[in-house]
Design a protein around this ligand. Structure first.
Ligand code: PLP
Length: 377
């Protein structure tokens, strides 16, 4: 969504080169919507979505906690004013020395999905709380996260028993239904699995306390999405269905849904050309591509809304590509992107819904193009 504030910033500051502009007011509204939709769940913002210090400080001030994937992210959350008890080390793949560093910084909550990871935590963070991530099928997610993270529920039981035996506090179960999850009922079967893990452990005298329901809340790209409230209702209903009157503490970890619609990338058309005189389609090359921050166009999974000043003109499908010398740097080709017939070299384009998973993907100056600049207003 290009807010008036973002538009004013671009028009008045005329920043050179491609850049992301994030409107903090939208982040504040998103936080309020999550707070309202799931009032009983603690919000752990997934720092990986956009770790801009201004965003972290705003959220820390609003009372958010933080899901961090590395010691560097933990440090960023601490620098933004979060206390260690509001930070979880949510990556299931950690070096033992990083577990030790996090523990030294006061972090006491860690994700696991294997016996081996439990052993690292027992050695490097004795007595810490652990939650075990279970697999989900990712069905309905436009950016699925299944297979790589989590284990089957029966193994989660074994992992948490093992954690208990090694002196850790077996604290809960986590899952992630997949990013950009457009089905509000996707949490239902994962919560059923979580409940089964709770019940099996209770029989062994281990009483879990928390379900981490992950991220997955979508941002609006081209298609409409259900409201935060609709997700809240579906999730609350599923919690009641599976846990009855004994709903445990719950956590959500929104990333994309917290910042995606708060950001717009300003970019420029570098070249409009064809591959032959009778080529039916034009190629439009921008000064930003997959390596400059738009990595989520991989497999054309995420389709960003793109606005130009010529949108009232006739449209035609184009191949849209980035500026680097890598032939993989094509954004949309299988499903070409409709752009104005009159679009020409030097035109400005606004790529909306780019507040999440853009700046962090452009860390390397591939081909000498600078990492994506960001302005937070
Ligand atoms: N939590 C964990 C553990 C994650 O790995 C991710 C994303 O990769 C998130 C939360 C945020 O997910 P989303 O951006 O879909 O809300």
């Amino acid at each position: 969504m290009t807010t008036a504030r973002i538009l004013d910033f671009i028009k008045s500051r005329r920043p050179e080169g491609p850049c992301l502009v994030v409107d903090l007011d939208v982040v504040r509204d998103n936080y309020a919507a999550f707070r309202h939709a799931l009032p009983d769940s603690a919000i752990y913002y997934a720092v990986k979505a956009n770790p801009a210090p201004e965003i972290l400080s705003l959220l820390a001030g609003l009372g958010s906690s933080f899901d961090c994937a590395s010691v560097a992210e933990i440090q960023m959350a601490l620098d933004a004013g979060a206390t260690a008890d509001r930070i979880s080390y949510g990556n299931t793949i950690k070096k033992e020395r990083d577990v030790a560093r996090a523990y030294a910084l006061g972090i006491g909550l860690f994700a696991v999905d294997s016996h081996e990871e439990v052993e690292k935590i027992a050695r490097a963070a004795p007595g810490a709380r652990v939650f075990c991530r279970v697999l989900t099928d990712g069905e309905g997610a436009e950016w699925p996260l299944s297979r790589k993270f989590g284990c089957v529920p029966q193994m989660a039981v074994d992992v948490l028993v093992y954690a208990h035996q090694l002196g850790l506090e077996s604290y809960g179960v986590s899952f992630h239904v997949g990013s950009q999850m457009t089905k509000v009922d996707a949490w239902d079967s994962a919560l059923a699995d979580a409940k089964r893990v709770f019940a099996s452990l209770a029989k062994q005298g281990i009483h879990l306390q928390m379900v981490n329901m992950g991220g997955g809340f979508p941002t609006k790209y081209l298609r409409d999405i259900p409201s935060a409230e609709a997700y809240g209702l579906a999730i609350t209903g599923a919690l009641r269905k599976h846990f009855g009157n004994h709903i445990p503490k719950t956590i959500i970890e929104p990333g994309r849904g917290m910042v995606g619609n708060a950001g717009v990338i300003k970019a420029e058309v570098v070249l409009v050309s064809k591959k032959s005189d009778n080529d039916a389609h034009r190629w439009v090359f921008l000064d930003i591509g997959k390596f400059g921050g738009l990595a989520e166009t991989m497999d054309e999974a995420i389709r960003y809304p793109i606005r130009t000043e010529r949108d009232a003109d006739e449209m035609e499908p184009c191949v849209l590509a980035g500026p680097t010398c890598d032939s993989a740097d094509v954004l949309y080709e299988k499903n070409m992107y409709p752009l104005p017939v009159s679009l020409t070299i030097g035109d400005e384009v606004l790529i909306e819904g780019t507040g999440a998973y853009t700046t962090t993907y452009s860390a390397v100056a591939f081909n000498g193009f600078e990492p994506l600049k960001a302005y937070v207003i």
